[in-house]
Design a protein around this ligand. Structure first.
Ligand code: ADP
Length: 454
């Protein structure tokens, strides 16, 4: 980067020096050429005032002028009667300046001479029936500046060297604040963030510094999240193994006892067979919940459709009526007609898990309400109960995988500890929010807000 800026500065300086000096030379050359022509014309106009022969005119001019002049005299038919530099007797009738002078009285032409091959500026005037022509060799660009060019080349070289140093100096000045900014950004920590603005060398760099700082913070958060996710994953694997192992160990133990003939009486077989069955059901529901959780985590956005929350709430209510009756709990559904865009299976699962918990963790004679209503652009689902409640210090943890407030009660009701974790993932999938209020022995209220997106 530094090298590129340096090369660019050097190139700009060199190109501008070359362009400007060439331009100056061209302008000087054009001014000088015009001057040469004007000088010739002025001298010619003076001498033609006197009635002198072309020969005499030439001699006088030769003496008076500080440049070489060529004098030619052409008769009416174009025959050269006098030429100070070339043969007489030639016919110049077709020469541009001669023709023009015969026609218009005078002519000024710059062209290469056909006899000498040099570049001339000619001034021709009608004189004594014929045409008197004055010629002056025009200086060529190179010959005119022959002495200037070596000086210019030396100057170019000197300028190149100066540009080289200046460019280096400029680049250094330009880059060093950036370098120091980068170094300082490295050491900005949460502790000295307040001093950040003074670290920015140019005002123009403040947005850049801001962006870098934001990126740094976001990257930090991202890495933290990655590490957390990794931690959650490894905890989850350990928990899964443990949770699956427990029912399997029980099943294996009773199966071995049966195989060894230790359980003989019909009542024992019935009793232990029932345990094996319950543990198998538990195992299956655990596996089922684990699969659901990983499916939601994969976040496939397919199966998005318009869902009626009131219809779903009523379906779940009907499905859980038996459980409610068994637990002597009254289940009521109070649902407005609210539509959202979402995944029908997940939303059913959300209602089911919340309502099932409200019934499971209730008291005989208790109540459960499933409510659905609109609130601005959100759909609100509230599941409340008059159950056992959740201690305040556990409220934060109930959405963790496999977390149960009371392990034995959860187990007795076939709980896996994954229900609320699934709910939380479903809420996240629909970009919603979930909050919990609970008082021990009085009841619990879980509120879910989902954007309607409709
Ligand atoms: P589980 O399968 O054990 O019900 P959940 O993830 O659904 O797992 O719930 C986690 C824990 O939160 C439960 O074990 C229970 O202790 C507590 N809990 C959830 N809902 C309620 C509720 N409505 N009332 C009281 N406690 C609840």
């Amino acid at each position: 980067m530094q090298k590129r800026i340096f090369a660019a500065v050097l190139a700009i300086m060199t190109v501008s020096v070359v362009v400007f000096s060439t331009l100056a030379l061209c302008i000087s050359y054009s001014v000088y050429s015009t001057e040469e022509q004007t000088g010739l014309k002025a001298a010619a106009d003076i001498v033609t005032e006197f009635s002198l022969s072309p020969q005499e005119i030439y001699v006088r001019l030769e003496k008076a002028l500080n440049f070489e002049v060529r004098v030619t005299y052409v008769s009416t038919d174009g025959t050269v009667l006098f030429d100070s530099e070339s043969n007489t007797g030639d016919n110049h009738a077709e020469r541009e300046e001669i023709k023009k002078a015969f026609a218009e009285g005078s002519a000024e032409v710059v062209r290469d001479s056909e006899t000498t091959g040099k570049k001339y500026c000619f001034y021709a005037v009608r004189y004594d029936n014929g045409v008197l022509r004055f010629g002056r060799e025009q200086s060529g660009f190179l010959s005119l500046f022959s002495f200037v060019i070596p000086i210019m080349l030396v100057l170019y070289a000197a300028l190149c060297i100066v540009s080289l140093f200046t460019a280096k100096l400029l680049t250094k000045q330009l880059i060093s604040p950036l370098n120091s900014l980068v170094k300082q950004l490295d050491v900005i920590t949460a502790a000295n963030r307040e001093s950040k603005p003074s670290l920015v060398p140019y005002q123009e760099l403040e947005p850049l510094a801001e962006t870098i700082e934001n990126l740094r913070v976001r990257l930090g958060a991202y890495i933290r999240k990655l590490l957390e996710t990794e931690q959650i994953r490894s905890d989850f694997s350990a928990n899964v193994s443990h949770e699956l192992k427990t029912p399997l160990t029980t099943i294996k133990g009773f199966a071995e006892m049966m195989e060894a003939g230790l359980i003989k009486s019909e009542s024992d077989i019935k009793k232990y067979g029932g345990t094996i069955n319950r543990e198998s059901i538990r195992l299956l529901s655990l596996i089922d919940d684990i699969i659901k959780l990983s499916e939601i985590e994969e976040k496939k956005d397919d199966n998005i459709e318009t869902i009626s929350l009131s219809a779903t709430a009523r379906d779940v209510g009907e499905m859980l009526n038996d459980l409610a009756d068994k637990n002597k709990v009254r289940l009521s559904v109070v649902a407005d007609d609210v539509l959202i865009k979402g995944n029908q299976i997940y939303i059913y699962e959300l209602f089911f898990n919340l309502a099932e918990n409200a019934i499971k963790y209730n008291k005989p004679g208790g109540n459960v309400w499933l409510r659905v209503f609109k609130e601005g652009t959100n759909a609100v689902i509230v599941v409340s109960d008059t159950g056992i409640g959740i201690p305040e210090d556990c409220l934060d943890r109930i959405f963790e995988r496999f977390y149960r407030v009371d392990k034995s009660r959860s187990k007795a009701t076939n709980g896996t500890g994954l229900g609320l974790s699934i709910v939380k993932h479903i809420v996240g999938y629909h970009h919603g929010e979930i909050s919990t209020k609970s008082i021990v022995d009085k009841g619990t209220e879980i509120t879910v807000k989902l954007p309607k997106n409709i």
